[in-house]
Design a protein around this ligand. Structure first.
Ligand code: ZN
Length: 275
């Protein structure tokens, strides 16, 4: 299945190496908001052992259950060493309307400019992630669609992507319903930037660089990446404990004291070798 997606397998292209290139460290990544647990999306989680991972409850439960052949191909338990730091949300248990979409949730310990919303179909607990930044709302729709032209008034989709989409979708009707909702969202709120995971053209337009190139390296001496997000404190006033970085405190994480329990997971993955 890996060969279907032709991923870049160069170490310097991993999220960790790119973040380091921009002057940060793995430990600076405190929160990861995940659209779903397919192995392409979850592959880098273990590189950020201090991050809380936010995702929908359904997604975690279906990934753990490994009920179907497709689930066993797409979900890789060996990528889940941080599962005791996953924070899950049940859209059935609450949420609010947002721009015409339902069951939208703010995230524990994060500002209200970051939201998670259910977009099931590709997987049972697939989510979109909305972020309000300097240029307005951006909605990362994950694998809810694969061809951005699906959001056009007259939707289009390349044949190959259409086949891949229906092969990978666990619920074709839910996927189609959610694509229709995203199309409506785009029609009523064209100012919201909606993009998906596997669309290099959108990535290049939004990031300003080619998809197969690295971000500009940031020299520590030229720009201190902590200046904007970290409050420096004298060493003696620094919080101690496993999550504290001596002398530093991340301003947006005043309360990092979530109660994490070990999450058992027993399936023997050797019964389902990689393709
Ligand atoms: Zn996927």
């Amino acid at each position: 299945m890996l060969s279907l997606f032709k991923p870049q397998l160069r170490a310097e292209m991993t999220a960790l190496r790119q973040i380091e290139r921009m002057g940060f460290r793995a430990a600076d990544v405190r929160d990861i908001v995940l659209t779903h647990l397919d192995f392409q999306q979850a592959g880098g989680l273990d590189d950020f052992p201090r991050a809380r991972v936010h995702l929908l409850m359904n997604e975690r439960d279906h990934a753990f259950a490994q009920k179907t052949w497709l689930d066993r191909q797409r979900y890789r338990p060996q990528q889940w060493s941080t599962r005791n730091r996953w924070v899950v949300y049940d859209p059935e248990a609450g949420g609010e309307p947002w721009m015409g979409l339902q069951s939208v949730r703010a995230l524990v310990g994060l500002p209200p400019e970051i939201l998670i919303l259910p977009l099931a179909g590709h997987t049972r607990g697939h989510a979109g992630v909305a972020v309000h930044g300097l240029t307005g709302w951006h909605l990362h729709a994950g694998d809810a669609f694969h061809d951005p032209r699906e959001l056009n008034t007259k939707p289009r989709n390349r044949l190959g992507l259409r086949m891949l989409q229906s092969f990978m979708a666990v619920d074709g009707r839910a996927r189609a319903d959610n694509t229709r909702r995203l199309r409506e969202l785009h029609r009523h709120h064209p100012d919201i930037t909606i993009f998906c995971s596997h669309d290099a053209a959108s990535f290049e337009r939004l990031s300003g660089r080619a998809a197969d190139t690295l971000p500009d390296a940031v020299a520590w001496s030229a720009r201190d990446p902590y200046a904007e997000k970290i409050v420096r404190r004298p060493m003696e006033a620094a919080p101690s404990g496993p999550l504290g970085v001596p002398g530093l405190e991340v301003t947006e994480h005043e309360s990092d004291a979530l109660d994490f329990e070990p999450v058992p997971f027993r399936r023997d993955d050797t019964a389902h070798p990689r393709q």
